[in-house]
Design a protein around this ligand. Structure first.
Ligand SMILES: [Zn+2]
Length: 260
């Protein structure tokens, strides 16, 4: 079976004889693994188009063993500005690893692909801070991957807003200050994180806004840092292994620009 699809390379692994295996988040088939033959010259256009964090058009076929092989490939975007800044590249690689964990397999992944491509564009072109893009990506990715949080109101009383609102990352629900106080028996087994009014609003935007407006909000660096703790916790609680790329991002994110 042959097919043609566009997709983003989210993992690459060299194997022997100048061949490699890549994992691609494709538009039409979600996450797939495929062999790429003859990429010993790393400057070849085939090697470039199948490199990590590259968006390409792929022609794919299944070999006799039922494995996918890349027949032909053309790079559409290599996100060059990401490659000159270790912090941006580290964040892009984290997005790739996270997509590999949550994106659908063998089925259409249009929404996830669009989310990651737009996020990479925003980081590459300095449209928003890395910290804010990270929050948006994490939360929206979870929402489109079967972990839609319930941010409509307090899980107990339905209250829409509360200065003491808290988020429960295990269940993806919210609880207001009053209900938490009255209800410690029921919720004490779950960790809750303070979100108050500001972060409740920001989280609702990340989850419920139309895609076209997803990136069009701004929050202070301080709020982004607080939001980042919540969105990261929500993601990492639902991954089955520690994310190596997240650790790396944390190591480089506070380096001064001249050292990245
Ligand atoms: Zn309540």
């Amino acid at each position: 079976m042959n097919f043609s699809t566009d997709g983003l390379v989210i993992k690459e692994q060299m194997i022997k004889d100048g061949n490699k295996v890549i994992t691609v988040l494709t538009r039409d088939k979600g996450v797939i693994r495929a062999f790429v033959n003859g990429v010993d010259n790393i400057r070849s256009s085939k090697a470039t188009a199948t490199g990590l964090v590259t968006y390409s058009q792929f022609e794919v076929y299944s070999n006799l063993k039922g494995k996918y092989v890349i027949d032909d490939v053309h790079a559409k975007d290599v996100f060059m500005p990401l490659r000159n800044d270790m912090k941006k590249l580290a964040l892009a690689q984290y997005f790739c690893e996270l997509s590999g964990q949550f994106a659908p397999r063998e089925t259409n992944a249009e929404e996830t692909l669009r989310l990651i491509l737009n996020s990479l564009y925003m980081i590459a072109n300095d449209k928003r801070s890395c910290e804010q893009i990270k929050c948006i990506f994490e939360l929206r990715l979870m929402a489109v991957s079967g972990y839609m949080p319930d941010l409509v109101g307090c899980m107990e009383c339905g209250s829409f807003e509360d200065d003491e609102m808290r988020f429960l990352p295990e269940s993806g629900q919210m609880i207001c200050g009053k209900c938490l106080k009255n209800d410690e028996d029921k919720t004490h087994t779950q960790t809750s994180m303070f979100i108050g009014q500001t972060l409740t609003k920001a989280m609702r935007h990340c989850v419920y806004s139309e895609f076209g407006k997803l990136f069009s909000f701004r929050i202070s660096d301080r709020a982004a840092a607080a939001l980042g703790e919540v969105t990261e916790k929500y993601c990492t609680l639902h991954t089955d292994k520690p994310l190596r790329t997240l650790e790396f991002y944390k190591q480089v994110k506070d380096l001064p620009p001249e050292q990245r």
